[in-house]
Design a protein around this ligand. Structure first.
Ligand SMILES: Nc1ncnc2c1ncn2[C@@H]1O[C@H](COP(=O)(O)OP(=O)(O)OP(=O)(O)O)[C@@H](O)[C@H]1O
Ligand SMILES: [Mg+2]
Length: 375
């Protein structure tokens, strides 16, 4: 489907007018303007690279800073993703979602313009080039956890129609000048029509974050985002990657590592060593329990994102204690890790097995922060 059918058709002009009337202010940029803002897409301006293409820092004539995402290769598929992202971002506004400033579609160039996030991605602080600085103290981690949960809860419960993100991960949580979380990248998002519980779709996403039912059957629902968010929470608390590779032949899913420790109430061993023990014990415990309850294999047992927000904020002591008494946290060594990790956790081969339906990426932590497509 062509980009024009989203943005240039008769139906769309109504939409455009509606946008003009609404407070959502985004505009069309000319290629010339973006060339000049990014010093002709200079390598020195490059912030990173993802599945869609490269991202460049730029400055507009009014001094404001932007991030420009440039589509790598034009194709129908990429065109579709571009159109979806523009369409979706244009209609959502929330303090914890990355705002769209506009787009450019000239010739075969497709570019999306966002606000520049001076503190880059959560990934860069947890596992990337900001790793050594350790600016993410516990207070910031808590507010990033709650803020990103609020952003996703908005997509699931307040946006019309509801939106599933489908690619929640550390590189898609950006940090503004106050280290507040802004969830980014709705290119993979799916709109859920009113009344539908899930949509069947080709599997897209990033290894280590995929809910098992989504990876296996392509059943996308809000609870797939809840699963990915659980993995993200564990990352924020522990500083570990979704899948650690202690040696070239061994892989360990973060859930398989954290659940036995949580069952034995050894939360201090889960805490990121870079915090040097400086964290609120009650909050750490809360984050870990919520993370694990989100990242369980049974989608029907996962909480909603609205519940997650309440739990993370510690709004209800009763809910928290019933969470702690959940059967999955009972110290039963025989059950260890059963039913928790999904097929995405232990094998990259999923892409080979389901080649026709899967479009997966593998998270990397090198700069530029490229996500290698492996399908
Ligand atoms: N608005 C922004 N402000 C600052 N840095 C950004 C912005 N958008 C993206 N980046 C940087 O560019 C990098 C690449 O982003 P991009 O979204 O293309 O790839 P990704 O998140 O790694 O993978 P995916 O393609 O799955 O989203 C990010 O990790 C981030 O560091
Ligand atoms: Mg991204």
């Amino acid at each position: 489907m062509a980009f024009c059918s989203f943005l240039c058709g008769g139906k769309t002009s109504n939409r455009r007018e509606h946008r003009k009337k609404s407070s959502m202010t985004w505009r069309v940029f000319s290629l010339k303007e973006l060339h000049s803002a990014t010093n002709n897409f200079n390598y020195d301006n490059k912030l990173g690279e993802g599945g869609f293409g490269s991202v460049y820092w730029g400055q507009l004539w009014d001094g404001s800073q932007i991030a420009v995402k440039r589509l790598r290769v034009w194709s129908n598929k990429a065109e579709m993703e571009f159109a979806v992202e523009v369409e979706i971002l244009g209609r959502v506004r929330h303090k914890n979602l990355l705002a769209l400033r506009g787009y450019c579609a000239e010739g075969q160039e497709r570019l999306i313009v966002y606000d520049y996030m001076p503190n880059l991605s959560l990934l860069s602080h947890l596992h990337g080039h900001h790793l050594g600085e350790c600016v993410l103290d516990w207070g910031r981690r808590m507010s990033i956890a709650i803020g990103s949960a609020e952003g996703i809860a908005y997509l699931h419960h307040h946006a019309t129609p509801h939106i599933i993100h489908r690619d929640i991960k550390a590189s898609n949580v950006l940090l503004d000048s106050d280290f507040q979380a802004r969830v980014a990248d709705f290119g993979f998002a799916k709109l859920i029509p009113d009344g539908a519980t899930h949509v069947n779709t080709k599997v897209k996403g990033t290894l280590g974050y995929l809910a098992p039912e989504y990876a296996m059957f392509g059943k996308a629902s809000e609870s797939c985002d809840v699963y990915s968010f659980g993995i993200l929470l564990l990352e924020v608390a522990s500083g570990k990657k979704p899948i650690e590779k202690p040696s070239p032949t061994v892989k360990q899913a973060i859930t398989d590592w954290a659940l036995p420790l949580a069952r034995e109430r050894r939360f201090e061993e889960i805490a990121d060593p870079r915090l040097n023990g400086k964290y609120e014990e009650a909050e750490l415990k809360r984050v870990v329990l919520v993370a694990l309850i989100c990242a369980q294999s049974k989608p029907e047992k996962r909480p909603t994102m609205l519940e997650v927000v309440g739990l993370l904020k510690g709004e209800s002591k009763e809910k928290l204690s019933s969470l702690e008494n959940d059967e999955m946290f009972r110290p039963e060594p025989a059950m260890s890790c059963q039913g928790l990790s999904g097929p995405d956790d232990n094998s990259d081969s999923i892409t080979e097995e389901k080649d026709s339906r899967v479009d997966l990426k593998q998270e990397t932590n090198s700069l530029p922060e490229a996500a290698a497509h492996i399908s």
